[in-house]
Structures are given as C-alpha cells and as structure tokens.
Write a protein that binds this ligand. Structure first.
Ligand code: ADP
Length: 173
C-alpha cells in the first residue's frame, strides 16, 4: 500500500503574500503545501500598497530563519514586484497556494483568484485551511500585540518575536 508520503506531488507551488511578518499561520499553510508539492516558492510582495512594518528583504530573511530546518532545502523565499502571474510564469509555476481562514477572507481571495485567471488562464489557486487553533491569527493582530508590549511568542517563531520587540523599541525612541 502506498504511504501518504509516497503519493505523487506537484513539482512546484507558489505561496504568495505580504508576510509582514510571517506567523505560525503562514508556516502551517506552508507545511500543508509541502505535503502536496515537492518544492515551494514563497513569494514576498514588495512595494505592496499596504504600508509594511518590515522591508521586503527583512520579511524574506524572517521567513528563511523561521523555516523548520528539514524543509529549508525545499523552499525558496523570493521577493517580487508587480503582477503575481508574471512572476509565476517566469518561474514556470502555475499552482498558487493561499490560506483561507474565515468567511471574511473569501471575497478578496475569490476576486484575486479570478483576476489572476483572467490574466493567465493556466494558473490555478488552491485554498488550504490552517489548523483550527490558527484560524484567528493574522499579521496585523500580531503587530498590535507587539506594539502594546504583549508576548507574541505563541503566534510567531522566536526570530520574529525578537524582531518585533526590536522594531517597536526602535520606533519609540
Ligand atoms: P496578503 O496580504 O497577500 O493577504 P498575507 O501575508 O496576509 O498576505 O497572507 C498570505 C497568505 O497566508 C494568505 O493567503 C492568507 O490568507 C494566508 N494566511 C495568513 N495567516 C493565516 C492563518 N492564520 N491561517 C491560514 N492562512 C493564513
């Protein structure tokens, strides 16, 4: 009988986002993606209309450091600008992974997936749900906890918790 880990996988998937900063929710989706794909590119949106707390190179480094050692060889973390479909095409990947937490995510995700498909009909978006305990987690809330001096370690890896403390300490000077 075939064990789960031997089931054939998609060679390459793309997990795009802002990751400002990466949380345990993102890492949960990444782990689920790695169960389905041999390799993943994490695509970090640069120059996003949203004002970010961390620069794109900082967000890339935080993700790289947060990756579990065993998965590092299968994950590339790259910043991108412009259209996701162009980045996807340039890297020869047509499977996009996105996390879906709550109903409120749905409309935005649906519009974006449809727009991407209009721009490049071969692209497919696959929505994954995180573990139940991570459903409520998002980067904005984590930043709010950090800004108010709360402990973010249940929500992010140690390198990210430390970076948040440093960033808000700096901003208060
Ligand atoms: P964006 O600004 O493009 O939505 P985010 O960094 O906020 O980027 O999120 C990237 C992806 O990770 C999105 O698909 C988002 O739904 C997903 N995600 C973020 N947090 C969680 C979580 N706690 N559980 C599941 N998916 C999540």
């Amino acid at each position: 009988m075939m064990r789960d880990s031997q089931a054939p996988k998609v060679p390459l998937g793309l997990f795009p986002g802002t990751f400002d900063p990466v949380t345990r929710g993102h890492l949960d989706i990444l782990a689920r993606g790695l169960a389905l794909c041999d390799r993943l590119i994490v695509a970090v949106a640069e120059g996003h209309p949203k004002q970010t707390l961390f620069s794109a190179p900082e967000r890339v480094d935080l993700i790289r450091e947060a990756l579990p050692g065993a998965t590092r060889a299968r994950v590339d973390v790259l910043a991108f600008q412009g259209l996701l479909v162009e980045f996807a095409r340039a890297h020869g990947v047509r499977l996009v992974l996105r996390g879906l937490r709550v109903i409120s995510d749905f409309e935005y995700e649906f519009q974006m997936a449809l727009m991407n498909k209009r721009l490049w009909p071969e692209i497919e978006t696959l929505f994954l749900m995180p573990g139940e305990e991570l459903i409520y987690l998002n980067s904005t809330l984590v930043k709010e906890v950090a800004r108010c001096g709360g402990d973010t370690s249940p929500f992010v890896t140690a390198n990210v918790a430390e970076a948040l403390v440093r960033r808000y300490a700096r901003d208060q000077v």
